[in-house]
Design a protein around this ligand. Structure first.
Ligand code: HEC
Length: 107
């Protein structure tokens, strides 16, 4: 009986460690944008290069809220929810009408 309890506690602790481990650096939207969106969106790539100033902030909000990328290509399997939120925040914060427009972007 006591033995079963100890084993159960170990299993529970193991599960807690697995599920609370944070997803790999969710916050760095710029790096994810440059590396992961940029893997397709670059000069000579399968999709056109662009910068955050391609759209105004409300247009980026809508692009992600309505998953508009899916019309062009389904990329949901390549990005976690956290990745997409981080990229969206980066694009919105540096959109054409933002305080810090970022026109360089992907090349
Ligand atoms: C697997 C390749 C791939 C990845 C990764 C990818 N895209 Fe695309 N994307 C495409 C293709 C293909 C198109 C359609 C051709 C084009 O617009 O150049 C497209 C189109 C777009 C468009 C234009 C859509 C429109 O309605 O005009 C935007 C904006 C865009 N992608 C943003 C992103 C963002 C942001 C990311 C990262 C979260 C991303 N893409 C990741 C392949 C990709």
């Amino acid at each position: 009986m006591k033995h079963t309890l100890v084993v159960t506690l170990f299993l529970v602790a193991g599960c807690l460690i697995l599920f609370t481990a944070s997803p790999a650096s969710a916050a760095d939207g710029k790096a994810i944008f440059l590396n992961k969106c940029g893997s397709c969106h670059k000069g000579g790539g399968e999709a056109a290069a662009f910068a955050p100033t391609k759209y105004a902030s409300t247009q980026w909000e809508r692009f992600f809220a309505r998953n508009k990328h899916k019309r062009k290509k389904d990329i949901s399997g390549d990005f976690s929810e956290a990745d997409l939120i981080a990229v969206k925040n980066y694009l919105v914060n540096h959109a054409a009408d933002s305080d810090q427009p970022e026109a360089v972007g992907l090349r």
